[in-house]
Ligand binder design. Structure first.
Ligand SMILES: Cc1cc2nc3c(=O)[nH]c(=O)nc-3n(C[C@H](O)[C@H](O)[C@H](O)COP(=O)(O)O)c2cc1C
Length: 180
């Protein structure tokens, strides 16, 4: 067994039946045992970003986000696209990190998934720009844009598309390699 790797998983969707959250959970289920996952559950609790209260003593949910990122070896983000962009809740979370160094050199895998043929490509591109600005180490081979996600997963949340499953396995390998 490889060395333990701690990964924080973030879904950019607050929706209870989110395909991105289901995908994120499926990825965790496919990961090797030595990858230890934490799911960030506080996205909806973060206050709107306001530079006036952006300091070390900032709001508790913000401190929680920052410390959860700090404590892990790598981050996985699965996100939908809204209005051709990154969901507001996810962008809001990243805005709270701009003044910190928690993402500095942090291996990060970025996945967008959408029922549309474009797979959330614009949200994906925009997210990479923001993550680049906060010096995340975007993992080579760790990026995926997944079109037609609803046709590739079962209602129970299992990945039913063999091609997607193979792509996910490659992302997991890339994640592991980036942390070794
Ligand atoms: C207000 C709104 C705007 C949307 N805009 C986009 C979009 O720009 N691009 C896209 O691919 N899908 C768009 N969608 C469709 C979402 O991809 C779809 O609802 C998806 O299931 C959301 O992700 P989730 O299942 O993880 O919650 C939009 C949906 C809503 C409700």
């Amino acid at each position: 067994m490889g060395k333990e790797i701690k990964v924080l998983a973030i879904s950019g969707s607050l929706r209870e039946k989110s395909s991105n959250t289901a995908l994120m959970n499926a990825i965790i289920g496919l990961a090797p045992k030595h990858m230890k996952w934490t799911i960030f559950k506080g996205l909806g609790d973060l206050p709107h970003f306001n530079p006036d209260i952006d300091n070390d003593e900032g709001p508790v949910p913000v401190r929680e986000l920052r410390s959860q990122i700090q404590e892990v070896d790598a981050v996985l983000i699965c996100t939908p696209e809204y209005g051709n962009g990154v969901p507001g809740v996810l962008k809001n979370a990243l805005d709270w990190l701009v003044s910190t160094s928690v993402f500095m050199n942090k291996p990060t895998a970025v996945i967008s998934a959408s029922p549309t043929p474009m797979g959330g490509d614009k949200a994906h591109a925009s997210l990479l720009l923001t993550l680049g600005m906060i010096n995340a180490a975007i993992i080579e081979g760790g990026n995926l844009i997944i079109p037609h996600i609803t046709l590739k997963m079962s209602k129970e949340g299992a990945i039913t598309d063999e091609g997607l499953q193979a792509e996910i396995e490659k992302v997991l390998q890339a994640l592991e390699q980036a942390c070794s």
